[in-house]
Design a protein around this ligand. Sequence first.
Ligand SMILES: Cc1ncc(COP(=O)(O)O)c(C=O)c1O
Length: 487
Amino acid sequence: MFHNIKLKDGKAAYIQIYKYIKEIIENGMLPQGSKLPSTREMSSMINVSRNTIMKVYELLEDNGLVYTEKGKGTFVCKININVNSDWNIEWLDNINNYAKTAEELDIMKHEQLYKKGMISFKSIAPDESLFDVEELKRAFLNRITLEGEKILNYGYAKGYKYLIEFLMNYMKEKGVNTKGKSILITNGFTEGFDILLSSLTSKEDKILCENPTHNTAIKLMKLHRLDIVGIRINEDGIDLEDLKEKLKSNQVKLAYIIPSYHNPTGMVMSFQKREQLYNTLKKYKVPIIEDGFNEELQHLGAHMAPIAAISGEENSVVYIGSLSKILFPGMRIGWIFGDEKLIDTLESVKRSRNIHTSFLDQAILYEYMKSGSFEKYVKKVRNIYREKYELAKRLCEEYIPHKYILGDGGLYLFIKLMNINSRELLNRCVKRGVIFTPGDIFYTDGGGDDSLRLGFSRLTLEDIEKGIKIIGEEASLDNKVQSTQKR
Ligand SMILES: Cc1ncc(COP(=O)(O)O)c(C=O)c1O
């Protein structure tokens, strides 16, 4: 920065240099304790005599801007830095509608927060204490030894070739026909869904989804300004009659469906229903975005083929895969599986957004998956989650006054309460150190105020029991008050 000093004729050089250095110190560009170049270095940098620089340093020292330590050099003193505060933009007035909506819909900011020591049924993330960190370390060392610096450079938007091949095979094992299909690696389901909505929809298009559905999906559909058409879910799952009605009366662009361990209800759609759903949407020529997250968790019953398998060689199902609820959600790896030509376009969209998903992470995940560690891990965690699920379900049935309780396994249960407002219940439970997710955030039409989701994946069996009993006590209190009022 000292090379930039431009000396003008007519003014003493030492004054000009002094003023320049004073200004950069006062503006904070030379922080406290930084060492100035020696007088010899500075004189050759600026092309003036060493005596001139010695005079400058003396003047700086006299004015309390620098100090000299014998044999060590000249250093900047602690001073009050000039703060430039004439022009401050009111950024919040400059925020566009997209950002405003994202802020409004950000449940992390607006919902009750977990505080240390609480029993939290909010999270549906996997229990990180079950992660196989040693195996992952091995996978990392193996891959980096094999690939070296290559996986640290830029990669390809489509994804890490070996991971794509692995996932193609993985889809085949799920019974999916891969002819004419391809894969794009994304930053989890969330980016995959956003890329698909950005590429396939325009403002005010109608999109079908289950009601209730995944809150992040609602947020994205709203951010894309889509017209959401919710299909009722009842105790038997998605209501196909309601679907037919809505298809008759709406020109629908796309359908978004979560057939396995649906969030928030935890229901697994039967094979027969998957077929009926597929055929109904086919009749109305509505393509499906299938959210395949959580399939791996099938702790009850046998493997259930995804809707993408039912579609065979047809190309109307776009499947988004994610292991986030089972394994390393922090790696943010998901994939879109679908028609080759569509994936080719989505690849360009992905590249224009963030070039690609981390190659290092993809390579490690690939190594971990192919080593067989994933299968071992899934077997282990299924048993642990099953135990938590069975306990939670039994306790909810016993203690919480409900109309019905949904959840076929997975990591959470959905409870339709017996005429109880779940937000009022939540406020009372929070006072007793228990927190859960009120069901209304999953509804597309403002409904669900008598429902809640209980995530139990990260809780111990003891806390599950303690927490559910507290919710039950508070809910029963509510119920008693209501029945006395009725009398
Ligand atoms: C329905 C649904 N799909 C997908 C995901 C996973 O999203 P991501 O892969 O972006 O973590 C979740 C996570 O909660 C979910 O509830």
